[in-house]
Design a protein around this ligand. Structure first.
Ligand code: AMP
Length: 218
């Protein structure tokens, strides 16, 4: 297969993180989850950490220059010789422009957009019921059909929720998605090397199979 940047886009709760991880695992590609990188920064006890944490809890986007710098620092540490899986970037038109510049400069391989669609009502249900298991070794697993609350407890883990997975923050995140991210995706669709549109409503494994099948045709 050719070398690509698989760029996962979708509203909060669409499953883009889970699907991005599955593609990265199956193709052996590095996976950059921008939201997870920002959560690590938010945990730092300094001014930047406190600013990021307050914005994330309010459902707002983190300043573009902070995100781009973090992304560039991280990209430099990775082996992109086989490609890249990116999720959580391009939340604004400015970020889409910056990412396309990175593609033009050859910093990242040609972009294929994987856009996951889910109805707003289902997104709300998923986000407000979303839970994680934090294992003793620091690993975080989603609680879902393949890993239950009981599995978590049996492995000595504890159940946690993301601080921004509440109804008020969800509404703000979804509003920003419609207002700022959808126009950014429209820009990317015009200039990227490929576009895969996926219905994110079915169970995780079924969405995974659809994406795997579509990627084979690239
Ligand atoms: P996510 O893990 O993708 O749901 O992102 C969680 C939160 O991190 C978002 O609600 C934003 O506050 C912040 N965030 C993630 N990605 C970006 C980005 N590309 N630009 C600005 N803020 C971001």
């Amino acid at each position: 297969m050719k070398r690509f940047t698989f760029l996962f886009v979708g509203p909060p709760g669409s499953g883009k993180g889970t699907q991005a991880e599955a593609v990265a695992d199956s193709l052996g590609l590095p996976h950059v989850d921008v939201g997870a990188l920002l959560r690590e920064l938010a945990d730092l006890d300094n001014n930047t950490g406190r600013l990021i944490k307050s914005l994330m809890i309010a459902g707002k986007t983190v300043p573009e220059e902070v995100v781009l710098e973090e992304l560039l620092v991280h990209l430099k540490m990775l082996d992109l010789s086989k490609g890249l899986v990116l999720d959580g970037y391009c939340r604004t038109q400015k970020q889409a422009k910056d990412l396309l510049n990175l593609q033009t400069q050859g910093v990242i391989p040609p972009i294929v957009v994987i856009s996951i669609k889910v109805d707003d009502n289902l997104l709300q249900e998923r986000i407000t019921t979303r839970k994680y298991c934090e294992l003793r070794n620091g690993e975080k697993k989603n609680i879902d059909n393949s890993f239950s609350v009981i599995d978590c407890q049996q492995q000595g883990g504890h159940i946690s929720k993301r601080a921004d997975d509440n109804l008020t923050t969800f509404h703000e995140r979804l509003k920003l998605y419609h207002e700022q991210t959808e126009p950014a995706i429209a820009d990317l669709k015009e200039t990227s090397k490929g576009l895969i549109m996926v219905d994110g409503t079915p169970p995780i494994k079924s969405v995974e199979a659809t994406i795997a099948q579509q990627i084979q045709h690239l």
